[in-house]
Design a protein around this ligand. Structure first.
Ligand code: SF4
Length: 90
């Protein structure tokens, strides 16, 4: 391998752009949850209980419920939302 070729391989090709977008997405999601009105927001106790259930559920994949496609942290934060499973888990 030529010296110039080796040098070129050390240049960041932004192959983690997807991950950076993802981080930004999750920051926005967190901010959205933080800014929910009291009227729309589930109580902290309910929120934590729901997430505890989701964390043990086989339908949870990468923070997302495979049944509804929601990020469970958002779904659980919304008072009016329910678990989408046929036999609701919360
Ligand atoms: S099925 Fe219900 S408990 Fe399971 S991940 Fe989805 S929302 Fe959470």
């Amino acid at each position: 391998m030529e010296k110039d070729e080796k040098k070129a391989l050390r240049v960041c090709r932004k192959c983690l752009l997807y991950a950076e977008d993802r981080e930004e997405f999750f920051r926005k999601l967190e901010a959205y949850i933080d800014n929910l009105s009291e009227e729309d927001r589930a109580s902290q106790e309910t929120y934590e209980s729901r997430l505890k259930t989701c964390a043990q559920c086989p339908n949870l994949t990468d923070g997302m419920c495979v049944l509804c496609g929601c990020y469970v942290e958002l779904r659980a934060a919304l008072r009016a939302r329910r678990c989408p499973d046929v036999a609701r888990r919360w």
